[in-house]
Ligand binder design. Structure first.
Ligand SMILES: O=c1ccn([C@@H]2O[C@H](COP(=O)(O)OP(=O)(O)O[C@H]3O[C@H](CO)[C@@H](O)[C@H](O)[C@H]3O)[C@@H](O)[C@H]2O)c(=O)[nH]1
Ligand SMILES: [Mn+2]
Length: 597
């Protein structure tokens, strides 16, 4: 199987981003100006280089070759040399795939040629490169003479995919791959000037042999501006060479220099002198998608379009009234879904109007159901903004309904109050300066505890239910005339006279010991002597070594409070045993007193 070998020789460069455009153009011009006989090619990554820039490249390059960008997915080493911008320098490995070319002399876009080193195409070696100024045993990958072949290509792709590179970029990767096979060529093919250190005598001695100068590092001639090339140091002389080529091709008196080129060159882009501003070549974000992008750098701050920048507190005292659009819709929307049409009846609802509205105003009916005076009178409607709701309040008022308290409907409260009133058969006079309004209570009739006062009692609009007028000291059960009427006793509460605290205490102690003994085992009435019972308490041995020990923390609150059996028959022995057992765990009284201080 014959592999078709490339026949053409090319100088090739690389453009990963638009901002290296001036470098790529100057390189191509410098080679052409130097009279090369070779074609010029440039590899571009179409996803990161704009079409305008590609058009500009086509004006000087014979071939603009789109290639896949090869990104280092393990870029940690790039930070070792502070060049995270070189994340896609692995793209250089695509050079080995371009087998349509016999030989490629690759040159970085930050290189300017003093002369065209066409002799590099005649090297017999598959790979040649010049020493790196930072570590001359290594080669610099800014200038390389290579023979494309798929063997090296796949090997390099494999390294790139695994991120194998000591500097995270192509120079580390290629030095690892061609470590033992590279052909070292003269530094004059890839002179790397430094603004900080230059071996000046060597420069003076060898400058005439320079073929190409390479501006390594993140500062490039086009990013530093023209003034960087002023002075007479070796560095400024070499930077001056770059500017000389640039000026020859892109400093036109007639203003024919493309704005796109000027845009990337410091000091060259002066939009005030141009009528039409060239569109920035960076891909522009037309509409910002907040879910995918950070905000555009030129976007306005939040609330930048507010009518005022400063807002104070409102002095408007009128309460805020929401417009109708904010009120909840009265009519429900037409059902759309089947479950809306076949809805089950709700089991719990909130009442929008009184659940059990009283019948329309009719004196006889009103009196029979509610004997309290206000019920006979038309009720003043409550203010419209009552929590009960404007509409229902008005509707009730229109019907002549009275306002009731829900507790008044509770039959047990009613029953209790009726019991009192039957005891107090005599109707009391009011004595509060209020017109007596309560008619004599009929036995069994409903008795309201709270009520809304009439307009005469309270001319202002009633809002809150007020307590119904009652005789003085009604709650305490005493009256002005000294009549010692009592409220009926609650269930289970003994009469005060029957309450003997000492007797109760004894009873309690008895219950307590009974319950304790009950817990410990069932006892037949015959066995009911404390001796037998005492034997039935399971004895627990004291832990070994703790015999005779006394609890250091337990302090009996008071010997008097200890439960003491009160059974008359066997109380002596019971109390003996219980007090003995209590004494064994309780410290003596002296300790107790000590502890109290
Ligand atoms: O944003 C970028 C960065 C790089 N490049 C291209 O990639 C080359 C390498 O980048 P460069 O800035 O020139 O790197 P150097 O400062 O020269 O750094 C050294 O280290 C790099 C990474 O190992 C090698 O690629 C260089 O050859 C070597 O000189 C450039 O010349 C361009 O061709 C771009 O187009 N856009
Ligand atoms: Mn470079």
């Amino acid at each position: 199987m014959a592999i078709q070998e490339g026949t053409e020789d090319v100088y090739a460069s690389l453009l990963l981003t638009d901002n290296y455009l001036p470098g790529a153009l100057v390189l191509a011009h410098s080679l052409r100006d130097a009279g090369t006989t070779k074609k010029l090619a440039i590899l571009v990554t179409a996803d990161t280089v704009s079409s305008e820039v590609i058009e500009q490249l086509k004006t000087v390059y014979d071939y603009v070759i789109p290639v896949e960008r090869v990104k280092n997915e393990h870029p940690a080493n790039l930070f070792l040399m502070n060049r995270p911008d070189l994340h896609s320098a692995f793209t250089k490995v695509n050079l080995w795939k371009l087998t349509q070319f016999r030989k490629i002399v690759y040159v970085d876009a930050d290189v300017v040629a003093y002369r065209a080193p066409d002799e590099l195409f005649d090297l017999p070696h598959a790979f040649s490169a010049a020493p790196d100024i930072g570590w001359p045993d290594l080669f610099n990958t800014g200038v390389m003479a290579l023979t494309p072949n798929m063997g090296d290509y796949y090997a390099l792709v494999a390294l790139a995919e695994r991120g194998i590179s000591f500097d995270g970029a192509d120079q580390g990767l290629l030095n690892m791959h061609f470590k033992n096979t590279f052909n070292r060529i003269s530094f004059s093919y890839n002179v790397t000037p430094s603004a900080h250190y230059q071996y000046v005598p060597a420069y003076k001695h060898l400058q005439s042999t320079i073929s190409m100068v390479h501006f390594i590092g993140s500062d490039k001639p086009w990013t530093q501006g023209r003034q960087q090339s002023t002075g007479n140091s070796p560095f400024t002389e070499m930077a001056g060479k770059w500017w000389a080529v640039f000026d020859r091709h892109y400093r036109k008196e007639d203003g024919s220099t493309p704005h796109l080129v000027q845009y990337f060159v410091k000091g060259e882009f002066n939009p005030t002198t141009t009528v039409v501003i060239a569109p920035p070549p960076e891909p522009k974000i037309e509409s910002w998608d907040a879910s995918k992008q950070s905000p555009p750098s030129d976007s306005k701050p939040e609330a930048a379009n507010f009518p005022q920048a400063h807002y104070g507190m409102s002095r408007d005292k009128a309460p805020y009234v929401a417009s109708d659009q904010y009120l909840p819709p009265v009519d429900r929307p037409k059902p759309i879904f089947p479950w809306e049409a076949n809805q089950p009846k709700p089991t719990r609802v909130f009442a929008e109007r009184p659940l059990d509205p009283l019948p329309p105003k009719s004196p006889s009916l009103a009196t029979s159901t509610a004997p309290v005076v206000q019920q006979n009178e038309p009720t003043t409607p409550p203010p419209a903004n009552l929590a009960t709701g404007e509409a229902s309040a008005e509707a009730s008022a229109a019907q002549g309904n009275t306002w009731t308290n829900a507790w008044d409907e509770d039959p047990s409260i009613d029953k209790y109050v009726s019991a009192i009133s039957s005891k107090h058969s005599r109707t009391r006079s009011q004595g509060l300066g209020v017109v007596p309004t309560t008619p004599p209570q009929k036995s069994g009739a409903s008795l309201k505890v709270t009520d809304f006062p009439s307009e005469t009692e309270r001319p202002s609009l009633p809002v809150t239910p007020a307590p119904h007028s009652r005789p003085p000291n009604w709650a305490t059960g005493t009256s002005e005339d000294g009549d010692g009427d009592q409220l009926p006793a609650a269930d289970g509460v003994p009469e005060q006279a029957e309450w003997d605290p000492l007797a109760q205490l004894d009873k309690l102690a008895h219950q307590h010991s009974e319950a304790l003994l009950e817990k410990l085992g069932t006892v037949s009435p015959q066995e009911e002597t404390i001796g037998i019972r005492g034997q039935q308490i399971p004895s627990r041995p004291v832990p070994f070594g703790s015999e005779g020990a006394k609890s250091p923390t337990y302090v009996s609150p008071s010997p008097v409070v200890s439960p003491v059996p009160v059974k008359p028959a066997s109380s002596t022995s019971t109390s003996k045993i219980l007090s003995t057992s209590s004494a064994s765990t309780s410290p003596p009284t002296s300790t107790l007193n000590k502890g109290k201080k």
